[in-house]
Design a protein around this ligand. Sequence first.
Ligand code: ZN
Length: 271
Amino acid sequence: MSISEELSAMEGLFHREVMKGVYIICTTQNVPTDDPFSLAPGMPTGNCYLVTGEEKAILFDLAIPDTRVKRYAELLAGKPAMLVLSHGHSDHIFCLDMWEEVWLHKEDVPIIVQGSSWQAPLPEERCPTFNFLEDGDVIDLGGRRLEVIHIPGHTPGSIMLLDSKTRTLLSGDSVTRRLLYGVSGFVPFDVFCRSLESLKKKEFDTIYSAHDRCSLPKSHIDLMLWQIRDCFLSNYKIYDNPVFGTLADTSYGDMYTKHYFDMAVPDFLTT
Ligand SMILES: [Zn+2]
């Protein structure tokens, strides 16, 4: 069986090359067709990203609950992939026990191994070897270098990957149309906003997040900053979320366009 035949035989999984050598891997469980952008931007989904170089490949996040993702990514890359996690939340570590090693920021390891009121801990015997990445680290894939950017906020150890070759930022859950904030420890809003300000100085044009069906322009960071600094505290609604408890939420714009931002934080953070 050829590689493309084997890939298409994995029913329900599909991919699209969004930038040269940067692939989104997605599932029809989240999207009813094999086009991840068909309902763009619309409702949230779960995206894994595969970034390939001449020597190495990286899979960024395990955002699909499917044991075949590792095989799919490595077939697509034509080589073994190094697993990097944007953070430790349960919807980014599906089937983590299939991997021998993983790279992430050390501050998110407790989220995985200790769990929380809403996330079951991963037993030690099912944890891969943890390797740590820090802000400013560069991962050389051969002909492509990815910069690690640490952005505490969504979680204390959230990281993003910047591909200068395609001027693309893989943002995890940190720069996104739907920001859940402060459910795994609280980073002061001004610290997060300062990180967003310095992010604007980096060289990129396009953002791909873990849960959006669309790319986002760099100007999305300004929309986030404006909402967090100027709007959120005077304009939120309280609602009960079955997983995270009582949340304060604000949203701006039409969710069926790219120009949309929704932010939710535990309500005690607004007092
Ligand atoms: Zn998350």
